[in-house]
Design a protein around this ligand. Structure first.
Ligand SMILES: Nc1ncnc2c1ncn2[C@@H]1O[C@H](COP(=O)(O)OP(=O)(O)OP(=O)(O)O)[C@@H](O)[C@H]1O
Ligand SMILES: [Mg+2]
Length: 588
């Protein structure tokens, strides 16, 4: 998918009815406003110079011959009435159009979000949250400015110019042709400028992106930065980036303003030339002074719309570049969508896992998993051990479908993951992450992720996760906020929150990726004792460095450099001199 003006136009056409109504209002508004400037100047000829004409004759027909002030008052009233009507109609039409344009940008944001939610994790890793938020805020706003401006004003402006053109042609066609030829010339010249200036807008948006990227990273890693006593450097980096925004902002602001004013200057020069020609025609030709003043009045009517058209032209080019930036999101790859053909999780409480010749690489170059074969039986309790960097976490992530399989097959019972669907797999296979991140919200939210869960069940899960006492001792209990990324909890407490979340979800298969590494041995032991009932009925994979963690494992896989180098029961492995101890820290 890609956002183009064509697609935006298609969106616009979804509001056909509103669009038509708003344009009819616009036409009426133009018709209403067009005669207004003509009325007063006509009085110059008809009342002051005593040459009765269209206005006085019609008023006479209705009310009989009148004093001069009556004509003036009637015409004044009519003019103000027409102008007020114009005001009312434009407010109405602006309302309809802003609704349409906001709905379209809402749709763009929604599409961006839904694409982001389906991105493959590979893409996520390269993605900065700062960059993305700047696309959402700054670039979508650039498009929004254009839409708001163009769909509401373009048609009125063009209609007004056409309306004025028609009247001018009627008054004096030679003069009218002259001024009308100036317009296309100005538009063509502006187009060139607009395209150039939009480069500065793009640069401005890019500097916003860089700043917001650096800012969000600095805020996310603030603890790290403070720990290494680097605040000054990082703040300096942000200063530099905001300085870039300033510079790019100034460049864009004054250059776009200058270009726009220059386009307008061109128009004004044509306009002055035209005025000179009008006076010339009065002096040597057959144009009356009243009509000349009327023509001048019309030129003023034309002025606003011309300026709008020039503005829209500039804004169009900015929006075009912003759309290109927004499309970076749509160009990112989605994770594969597998159909829901089989659901092995529904039929039984737990499942077997089979990996056949699974190989994987993050970058298509350096293999991280090499030809892995495993068969983990239903209800089995398996441990995976291996040195840091040997591929344990990668393997766990493959099992829950975080990354699509590149080579080999993965089965739950007899069903291939490609027939189950990634969402179903993740619902039923729970990976307790190595470094669980928490939401800056309450403990309750972090346990339920916003789902409605029975209070009793929450406390039960906390009890099993060895957190009951901890949470009870907190002032607000479950409603205590945990801070950004959960900083107000200790590392071990965060791990246990994650385990409690797993208990609440009650998955068929559980994978614990060093999920108890931050716990002391005693707490870990109590935790596993409490978890025993739950783990007993399920297929469980425990990834660990400590022998104590994998004590109850029925079977152990030893990973080295992406390969399974040994497998067997603990007793079998211990016999293999050295190797096992190398991967398992500390105590026997
Ligand atoms: N998202 C990623 N993108 C690219 N390479 C990665 C990514 N995650 C891990 N790797 C690489 O893959 C290899 C295996 O990493 P993995 O996290 O699976 O190891 P591990 O066995 O879990 O290590 P540890 O015991 O330290 O947690 C490492 O060499 C690492 O550099
Ligand atoms: Mg790991």
């Amino acid at each position: 998918m890609k956002y183009s003006f064509k697609k935006i136009l298609d969106e616009l056409l979804k509001y056909k009815k509103e669009f038509v109504v708003a344009n009819i209002i616009a036409v009426i508004a133009v018709l209403v406003s067009t005669p207004a400037p003509l009325l007063m100047p006509l009085l110059v000829d008809e009342v002051l110079l005593k040459k009765p004409g269209f206005l006085t004759e019609h008023i006479d027909k209705l009310f009989g011959h009148q004093e001069a002030y009556v004509y003036i008052l009637i015409v004044l009233f009519m003019t103000i009435f027409l102008r007020s009507l114009f005001f009312g109609l434009t407010v109405w039409h602006d309302y309809i159009f802003s609704k349409i344009s906001k709905n379209i940008t809402y749709k763009i944001r929604k599409d961006m979000l839904s694409h982001l939610s389906k991105l493959s994790l590979n893409e996520y890793e390269a993605l900065g949250s700062g960059k993305i938020s700047s696309l959402f805020l700054v670039d979508v706003a650039t498009v929004e400015t254009f839409l708001g401006m163009s769909i509401s004003k373009l048609i009125v402006s063009i209609l007004t110019v056409i309306g004025v053109a028609v009247v001018l042609l009627l008054i004096n066609w030679k003069l009218a042709l002259f001024i009308l030829l100036v317009n296309p010339f100005v538009v063509i010249v502006s187009k060139k400028f607009a395209r150039k200036v939009s480069l500065y807008k793009k640069e401005e948006n890019r500097t916003f992106e860089a700043f917001s990227e650096a800012l969000s990273e600095t805020l996310d890693l603030f603890w790290q930065i403070r720990a290494s006593n680097q605040e000054k450097n990082f703040i300096k980096r942000l200063f530099v980036k905001s300085d870039d925004i300033k510079k790019a902002g100034i460049a864009f602001a004054y250059k776009s303003d200058a270009a726009l004013r220059f386009s307008f200057l061109l128009f004004l020069s044509g306009f002055e030339l035209f005025r000179a020609a009008s006076i010339f025609t009065v002096a040597y030709g057959n144009l009356s002074i009243g009509l000349m003043l009327a023509i001048f009045g019309y030129l003023w009517v034309m002025m606003g719309p011309i300026q709008e058209i020039l503005n829209i032209q500039y804004s169009y080019h900015n929006a075009k570049r912003a759309l290109n930036r927004i499309n970076q999101i749509f160009q990112m790859q989605k994770e594969p969508h597998y159909p829901h053909l089989k659901n092995p999780f529904k039929e039984s409480k737990t499942n077997s896992i089979t990996l056949k010749n699974v190989s994987f690489s993050y970058d298509d170059e350096n293999p991280v998993l090499k030809d892995i074969n495993m068969h983990i039986k239903k209800g089995q309790n398996v441990a995976i051990v291996g040195a840091s960097g040997s591929g344990k976490t990668t393997l766990a992530q493959i099992m829950v479908g975080f990354y699509p399989l590149q080579r080999g097959e993965l089965f739950y019972d007899e069903a291939n993951i490609k027939e189950i669907g990634l969402d179903i797999v993740r619902e039923n296979v729970f990976l307790v992450l190595q470094n669980p991140m928490l939401f800056n919200d309450t403990i309750r939210f972090n346990l339920t992720l916003g789902k409605d869960v029975d209070e009793k069940a929450i406390w039960k899960a906390l009890k099993i996760a060895q957190l009951e006492e901890v949470v009870k001792s907190l002032d607000k209990k479950l409603d205590t906020r945990v801070g950004k990324n959960g900083v107000r909890l200790s590392g071990g407490q965060r791990q246990r929150i994650s385990i409690a979340r797993m208990i609440l979800q009650n998955p068929n298969v559980i994978i614990l990726d060093e999920s108890t590494s931050a716990l002391d041995i005693h707490t870990e032991e109590s935790l596993f004792r409490a978890l025993k009932e739950i783990l007993k009925e399920k297929t469980v994979i425990i990834i660990a460095h400590r022998l104590s963690t994998i004590k109850q494992a029925d079977y152990i896989y030893m990973l080295e450099d992406g390969r399974v180098i040994e497998e067997g029961t603990k007793e079998e492995l211990i016999k293999i001199e050295g190797k096992f101890a190398k991967h398992i820290g500390g105590e026997k």
